[in-house]
Design a protein around this ligand. Structure first.
Ligand SMILES: [Zn+2]
Length: 247
């Protein structure tokens, strides 16, 4: 059983958007019995993520954005040294939206493969970032033991292949306003869905997103599933336990 009612499986609370009120944002989540997994994307943000572990409802995913591949050696070393405090390796992955040149895409793939191997070696779940690169990402990770596709927005066909590998789909608060994401929720097996805010991005409300708003996604998911909100919440919480080995 999870100690939290819900977990925001992916957010960036270390970013400047929270500099004025970070402790209150984390407290609001805690008051609502919401845990959060903060995701590092660089050496600096992995360090900041580790600092956030002083809050009892915060978990750490240490990773590397595909746009920061120059830091791959220092980030790998950081993760090895801090593996005991890590809940996952990630986010890591491919971003072909921002990077068009073949050479740079190859560098992203090399870094991604390095971190896939690291997550396997450390026995940690892999949190995947994929933008305009879903098919290639799938080819690289389909054999991995434990993986979560953060902010999945790809096709239904690929979703079916992903869940067949035993990998999880993380649905963001974007689902509240997106028919495509609602369709993904409808098609995904209910035991393979986790949720996230990707805070400070992707708010279903006006302005900045924050972990306590992850409940917005549950409200929409419960409508798609035609269940009570609390039932949807408990299904997703169980999935989160399994996906991230949370007790
Ligand atoms: Zn992210």
């Amino acid at each position: 059983m999870l100690r939290w009612h819900l977990v925001d499986t992916h957010c960036h609370i270390d970013t400047p958007a929270f500099d004025d009120d970070r402790p209150s944002v984390i407290q609001r989540a805690s008051d609502a019995r919401i845990g959060l997994i903060n995701s590092g994307i660089s050496l600096t943000s992995n360090l900041a993520t580790r600092e956030l572990l002083q809050h009892e409802n915060v978990y750490a995913a240490y990773g590397l954005s595909p746009l920061n591949v120059a830091e791959k050696e220092s980030v790998e070393e950081f993760i090895r040294r801090n593996a005991d405090s890590a809940t996952a390796v990630g986010e890591v992955g491919l971003d072909f939206y921002h990077v068009k040149s073949g050479h740079q895409r190859e560098q992203q793939e090399n870094a991604f493969e390095q971190f896939i191997r690291l997550s396997q070696e450390l026995g940690l779940p892999l949190v995947i970032h994929s933008r305009d690169a879903e098919e290639r990402v799938f080819e690289l990770v389909h054999g991995v033991d434990q993986a979560i596709y953060h902010c999945y927005g790809g096709s239904v066909e690929l979703l079916e292949k992903i869940v067949d590998c035993g990998h999880y789909i993380s649905i963001s608060t974007r689902v509240c306003r997106s028919g495509h994401h609602q369709k993904l929720v409808e098609k995904a097996p209910r035991d393979m869905v986790v949720i996230e805010t990707d805070s400070p991005y992707l708010a279903a409300r006006k302005g900045r997103n924050e972990p306590s708003f992850v409940r917005d996604a549950i409200v929409t998911i419960s409508q798609v599933w035609d269940t009570e909100i609390e039932e949807a919440a408990s299904i997703v919480a169980e999935n989160t336990c399994r996906a991230f080995n949370l007790g």
